[in-house]
Design a protein around this ligand. Structure first.
Ligand code: AMP
Length: 158
């Protein structure tokens, strides 16, 4: 089994469709094993986005991720990382495929956000690969915040 980190970023929470996005993950069969609401501070933003600190867009990215609470989720499935990335879609909502979360629920372009000097609002973060997922799950969740339980399918179907 593989685990991955999903963040419903402040724009998702402020637009009030956290539940709708969580439902999409549940419907596809991804198992939620950890979930909590967190208001990220600047120090934690620098840890989570360590790879981007030197980039031009980092100040806007930090302003965006610290502007309100996020919902952090750990999901589990045989191919959780690639499955979630597929559902989330490309980084830029304008060019993200229809049917993906970013393609269906957002429309920001780099051209627009760069012009305004703000971060692109793309609703969601998903770990990029298995190695990143392990680091991010450990950064966001204590071992006791991740739960082992059986879904109805595991109890009654499999
Ligand atoms: P990633 O680690 O690839 O998820 O990137 C982190 C976040 O930074 C993305 O989800 C976007 O919100 C933002 N981002 C990435 N690339 C850019 C960019 N070129 N311009 C503005 N924001 C960006």
């Amino acid at each position: 089994m593989e685990r991955t980190l999903v963040l419903l970023k402040p724009d998702t929470i402020q637009r009030s469709f956290a539940g709708e996005l969580i439902t999409r993950f549940e419907k596809v069969g991804l198992k939620i094993v950890g979930m909590k609401m967190v208001w990220v501070n600047e120090e934690f933003s620098k840890k989570h986005y360590a790879a981007h600190i030197e980039k031009k867009f980092y100040p806007g990215l930090q302003a965006m991720i610290t502007e309100g609470p996020v919902v952090a989720i750990v999901v589990e499935a045989p191919h959780a990382v690639s499955q979630v990335r597929k559902m989330v879609g490309g980084t830029e909502p304008k060019s993200a495929q229809p049917g993906t979360i970013r393609g269906d629920y957002a429309q920001h372009s780099y051209e627009y956000t760069d012009g305004k000097g703000i971060s692109i609002k793309n609703l969601i973060h998903a770990s990029g690969n298995a190695e990143e997922a392990k680091i991010e799950v450990e950064l966001w969740f204590k071992p006791e915040e991740i739960h082992t339980y059986k879904t109805v399918h595991e109890i009654h179907v499999f």
